[in-house]
Write a protein that binds this ligand. Structure first.
Ligand code: SF4
Length: 164
């Protein structure tokens, strides 16, 4: 593997950059997520850095049960994050829609809209559980970067027979 690629894999494992998205949560999970970033729980031990744009993020951390208004935004944010990327669903809401299950304003759970790599259960989960989830996602991400999916075969123009 080329040196720059090896360096990128190591950086992802050691310093994943996060983007946080609330898809309609009650804010309980968001408070715990923010607590995980404080010096008390020391997310920086994982080299974690919170980013303001999904374009700079390796890991998307999503809270909430996915409301109708948030469904399209979630897909847009997922598309904006550069690959390889991983998704962490924080709390029971993105996994199952939880206590909001009968709401007519929901389009969750999250897995219906984007692929989810790590579920952190709890209502809300504790900050240390969230950090564990992020660490797991960083390991998945590094694995993905080490073994990217095979590129589509390149077909040379002169190899294509044109039907007339
Ligand atoms: S899992 Fe619980 S705390 Fe988190 S957003 Fe849902 S209801 Fe709120």
């Amino acid at each position: 593997m080329k040196l720059w690629k090896r360096l990128m894999c190591t950086c992802r494992r050691r310093s994943p950059w996060l983007f946080h998205m609330n898809s309609g949560s009650c804010n309980g999970c968001d408070i715990e997520f923010v607590a995980a970033l404080t010096p008390r729980y020391d997310a920086e031990q994982l080299g974690v850095l919170l980013q303001g744009s999904p374009r700079h993020a390796d890991i998307l951390c999503v809270t909430g049960p996915v409301t109708r208004k948030a469904a399209d935004a979630i897909k847009t944010v997922y598309a904006q994050a550069p690959g390889p990327k991983a998704v962490v669903a924080i709390g029971s809401c993105p996994a199952t829609t939880n206590v909001f299950i009968e709401s007519r304003t929901l389009e969750g759970p999250l897995g219906r809209h984007i692929p989810v790599d790590v579920f952190v259960p709890g209502c809300p989960p504790r900050p240390d559980a969230i950090l564990q989830g992020v660490a797991k996602a960083a390991a998945i991400l590094a694995e993905r970067a080490d073994h990217p999916p095979a590129a589509a075969p390149v077909i040379k123009p002169d190899a294509v027979e044109v039907q007339r």
